[in-house]
Design a protein around this ligand. Sequence first.
Ligand code: HEM
Length: 225
Amino acid sequence: MVHLNRDNEFEPRIYGFTSTASAVLTHLICIVFSVFIALLSRPGTSLFSWHPFFMTLAFSFFMTEAILLFSPHGSPIKRFPHKTKGRVHWILQCLCLSCAVLGLAAIAYNKHLNGKPHFTSWHGLLGLLTVCVVGLQSLAAVPLIYHSLAKGWSLAKLKRYHAASGLVTYLLGSISLLLGLCSAWFTASVREHTWYLSALCPALSALIIMNQVTSAYMAKKRLQS
Ligand code: HEM
């Protein structure tokens, strides 16, 4: 009997600890990675420098923090009501979209000034798609605030679709970041082991965010069935 009680307390503690540890790790990764790219690109020294700076801020920092704040264990505003979390989430996502548009404008204008062709690499093509998807995802999220805009759709269904498409958007952002790290500019700026460490940042964050969103979805499904 005593054993059972101990087990019951021990198990959730282990899961709680690992969830908190992975969320803290993701906060650290997204901050360190954004600061590292900012130091390397030195925003303001050239028009190009704004591109990696704004894109990393958008996808590694703002988008990751916007999702992490719903983490049951690692949210910095864990104790706040869900409504407040929703509000902070859309403010961070608006900042993400603004930075993404600025980053895209910087690289597109830089290429135009240098007479280079546009969207010729996989990074450029997927990056353009990612920025368009973030715009669409943000537009599609408006009915979550003004529910009357989506007649015939329950709020629960809207939220489920928003989370699933948001996950795809986050993965697109992470892959675009990874492809950006494969660019001639970045590979020429860092040594091999720094490259691997940098690539680990968006890859690890994507895995942890994927786990957070799918766990929340599975928990809701279990409650409904
Ligand atoms: C999710 C984040 C990112 C997105 C959405 C993105 C998007 C884009 C787009 C659309 C272009 C093509 C612009 C044009 O052809 O007019 C581009 C080019 C470029 N990006 Fe990014 N980018 C991101 C992150 C990064 C990062 C982190 C770096 C560097 C570490 C980077 C480095 C470059 C370079 C060097 C180019 C010019 C060469 C090329 O077109 O491939 N990008 N990016």
